[in-house]
Design a protein around this ligand. Structure first.
Ligand code: PNS
Length: 174
């Protein structure tokens, strides 16, 4: 049984991530989507909100579970007895950062490897950051994120604006 860990910020989950998960299920028996708790990066959605959006978007996939972790990824993988780490690669610009991260992780713990999957061509330009920016500025993100995420983005930005948020200062949550 191969258990893969798919770590990330998932703020929020996009169809780019979901494409990686669906294709990952063809290769691995189980996938744990692991939301990283990063104290330095507040993000737009809370960790609980992110997990609940992921669970809702992936409820038909019984071999996928959703979790969060704090601290080093390799320690988490060890704790949940994972076998591999999955990461998606959109473009060559992702490569340097991913290569660096995979190398550090292997240095820290050489029992796991990182498997890279190329993002499907339809989602090459999709990143959580650009999704948030487009949604914040009132653009449509239809077809790029699941419907529950679309709704959550709308209501989150609405709430932030209603709380007197200045659109020019909202970039701290991107
Ligand atoms: O979606 P992201 O933001 O590209 O995901 C990055 C993530 C969360 C996978 C990475 O920052 C991570 O593994 N963080 C946990 C801390 C850690 O293990 N750091 C050492 C490797 S750089």
């Amino acid at each position: 049984m191969i258990k893969a860990i798919y770590p990330g910020s998932f703020d929020p989950i996009t169809f780019g991530h979901i494409d990686i998960i669906k294709r990952g299920l063809e290769v691995f028996d189980r996938i744990i989507v692991a939301v990283a708790i990063n104290i330095e990066k507040r993000g737009l959605f809370s960790i609980e909100e992110r997990k609940s959006l992921i669970r809702d978007a992936l409820k038909e996939y019984s071999r996928v579970t959703v979790d969060s972790f704090e601290g080093l990824l390799v320690n988490y993988v060890e704790k949940v007895q994972g076998n591999v780490i999955i990461r998606g690669l959109r473009a060559t610009s992702d490569f340097e950062y991913e290569f660096h991260m995979a190398s550090i992780n292997r240095h820290l713990n050489d029992r796991f490897d990182t498997f890279f999957m190329m993002t499907a061509k339809d989602y090459f330009f999709v990143s959580a950051r650009t999704i948030k920016e487009v949604a914040m500025l009132g653009g449509s993100v239809e077809g790029l994120v699941p419907v529950n995420v679309e709704r959550a983005l709308k209501s989150k930005f609405q709430t932030l604006m209603n709380q007197g948020g200045d659109i020019n200062k909202l970039d701290t949550v991107l």
